[in-house]
Design a protein around this ligand. Structure first.
Ligand SMILES: Cc1cc2nc3c(=O)[nH]c(=O)nc-3n(C[C@H](O)[C@H](O)[C@H](O)COP(=O)(O)O)c2cc1C
Length: 299
């Protein structure tokens, strides 16, 4: 059992927002999915106030060590999510964490209030990787901007508020401290790193969104460094993520101070990755000589 800001998790492995579609997976795998759900909590993909189409294609570029995505947060919007998706997600055998993003403090406030009012929602995760249209500042890249956001939304809910930090900040530790001081219940990191690819034939940007977010094994060392730095600076529980493919990667993040670990990009390759990583982690943790089970090879 793992306690994460009041949630009781059967093991420390959850999913990264936007990387596992539980509703589509249930269509594909049927009731088997519920009998052996790969994660100890389910995090929804980001929900915005109004519906979004997402970015124009192409939306993905495969790297040697992961992906660049410029999906652009397509979703049904708050009303569509609450009416259609949330009742289905509530049938999952694990707590549901709803990830929300707004383009102003008022938008985030509306999302938090509406989601928090629903009993199916165990906790909220704030995706603060986008600019505030009122100030032009990325909410999660500036400590003062994040403090102002939390001052507005923290009083609106008694449920745990997890702040998902962006690695695209000059001082992630300062942002983490600001989140703690302003009443965040937990932190999650890392979100994707900004990256770009060119079409080798035309030399033009490959992605429809021009730049995108880098994820997967390519970002693992960055994630470990940021989780280590943040865990050394705050007392809040931390959900570590970034490039986790195996139990050993999860163990590294836990050794760096994370309470729970999210699996993201790896679930596209192996939809049962969450379950596998949890089993591998348990094996490593149960062994008194856990360290010896871990190969010193980097891959
Ligand atoms: C295709 C894709 C879609 C994603 N969508 C979201 C999202 O909707 N909201 C969010 O907060 N993070 C999103 N993420 C970021 C992941 O949740 C995670 O923070 C990041 O990918 C690092 O973990 P990983 O290397 O294990 O994938 C997305 C990542 C990918 C690859």
């Amino acid at each position: 059992m793992v306690e994460l800001c009041g949630l009781e998790l059967a093991h420390p492995i959850i999913n990264g927002s936007g990387t596992f579609d539980a509703i589509a997976a249930r269509r594909a795998f049927g009731e088997q999915l519920l009998e052996r759900f790969p994660f100890a909590a389910f995090v929804s993909k980001t929900v915005t106030l109004t519906p979004r189409e997402g970015n124009p294609p192409p939306r993905l570029w495969e790297l040697a060590g992961g992906l660049i995505n410029s999906i652009g947060l397509p979703n049904k919007g708050l009303a569509g999510f609450l009416a259609e998706d949330l009742p289905q997600l509530a049938e999952l055998p694990v707590p549901v964490i709803v990830n929300v993003m707004g383009f102003s403090r008022q938008e985030v406030a509306e999302l938090v209030q509406a989601c928090s009012a629903r009993p199916e929602v165990a906790a909220l995760e704030l995706n603060v990787s986008c600019p505030n249209v009122e100030t032009g500042l990325v909410m999660g890249a500036d400590p003062d901007e994040l403090a102002r956001l939390l001052a507005r939304v923290r009083p609106l809910t008694d449920k745990p508020l997890i702040v998902k930090l962006t690695p695209n900040a000059s001082d992630v530790v300062a942002v983490a401290r600001a989140a703690q001081d302003a009443g965040a219940s937990a932190l999650s990191l890392i979100n994707t790193l900004r990256g770009m690819a060119l079409d080798p034939r035309s030399g033009e940007p490959w992605l429809g969104g021009v730049t995108g977010g880098v994820s997967g094994p390519a970002v693992r060392a960055v994630a470990l460094a940021q989780v280590h730095a943040v865990c050394g600076a705050v007392q809040l529980p931390v959900i570590g993520m970034g490039g986790v493919q195996r139990g050993r990667d999860a163990l590294d993040l836990i050794r760096a101070g994370a309470r729970a670990v999210a699996v993201g990009t790896e679930s596209f390759r192996d939809p049962a990755a969450g379950d596998r990583v949890a089993a591998e982690l348990e094996l490593l943790s149960a062994s008194a000589d856990g360290a010896q089970l871990v190969s010193p090879q980097p891959f």
